[in-house]
Design a protein around this ligand. Sequence first.
Ligand code: MG
Length: 448
Amino acid sequence: MVTITHCETRDVRFPTSLDKTGSDAMNAAGDYSAAYCILHTDGSHSGHGMTFTIGRGNEIVCQAISQLALRVQNKSLDSLVADWGKTWRYLVSDSQLRWIGPEKGVIHLALGAVVNAIWDLWAKVLQKPVWRIVAEMSPEEFVRCIDFRYITDAITPEEAIKILKESEQGKADRIKDAETNRAVPAYTTSAGWLGYGQEKMKGLLEETLKNGYKHFKLKVGSSVEEDRTRLSIARSVIGYDRGNILMVDANQVWSVPEAISYMKQLAEFKPWFIEEPTSPDDVFGHKAIREALKPLGIGVATGEMCQNRVIFKQLLQQGAIDICQIDACRMGGVNEVLAVLLMAKKFNVPIVPHSGGVGLPEYTQHLSTIDYVVVSGKLSVLEYVDHLHEHFLHPSSVKEGYYVTPVEPGYSVEMKADSMNKYEFPGKDDVSWWRSGEARPILEGERI
Ligand SMILES: [Mg+2]
């Protein structure tokens, strides 16, 4: 039996703002960061979970992780995973910490890290990748992972079991697809960051097209004129009639009427969807945008800043989205994501996870595999950004346009010790990059 002895947190930040990787209309200069929860045990394994931020404030999430992780200290792994739904409810039920949520914001980001660290530990003990643990569950076991409070008006445990039983048809073949790296087609955002110049963008599009990608996403929202120029260049590379799909992402910069009028001016470039057109909390706003853009053939996507299963429930119930973009660690880890996968299946909305950040593709490759194999039974696409994978022990990768299905035990976000030390913030003298002269432009520059 494995018992969790204590939690260590690590604040790891990569200086991506220097070359504008990750830049969009709302987030001009992010430093891709990970707030780590490392659960140490009395055995040989430790559980690694992280949540993603883009720099400043990462230390606040680390503090929240330390507070939340006290709830699993001195607990056996067996007792935590025996009734996962109950454990998840217990983790959100510290009555004082709940006040600074509930189930949203920093405390929920921290929950994502802690819950995912438990899954990582469990998977390492079982010697399986996380997706396979879920793929081998019975429908009843899957459903027991979920805290159904607040969502039974959309889906009940009984309905969920029925859905999962129906999806068992063809599951054995889909597991084979996963084993042969054909479960999760990838799309790329690597070329699309707003801060990249036109030449760089064009070069990256040509390169990713050559590498087998068929879906390409570009950031928009700085100005209609500039976006029209960038989208023209993109379409000149990928064409209109070669089966290549273009998507655009505004990262919440618009009001509802602005989103509608702006997107009408980009309609000729035929984007599949507009992502995050407005505030992530605005269920009815998304619905209004969706209805206005439907005649133009443009869908609405959101989810990377959707704070919990309740907002996803409303987006789905109201018919406000065409695409459901779950995030692996903004919500409370695997368990809450499973709830949203089920609701999306019920409302017949495809899952296209958010993956633009350090560690996110490592996580979401498991979630998309679970969605395909166990829940939806349908191929979808998953974002892949080709940045910072070299820091992970088991980096995600894409081959021939598909994610290579993870086979190593765990949840794939364990970072190399050297990388953690080198990019620790504020870090140690002579070890951390953040103590070097190269960091000065970020540390002493204007905060934008
Ligand atoms: Mg986005």
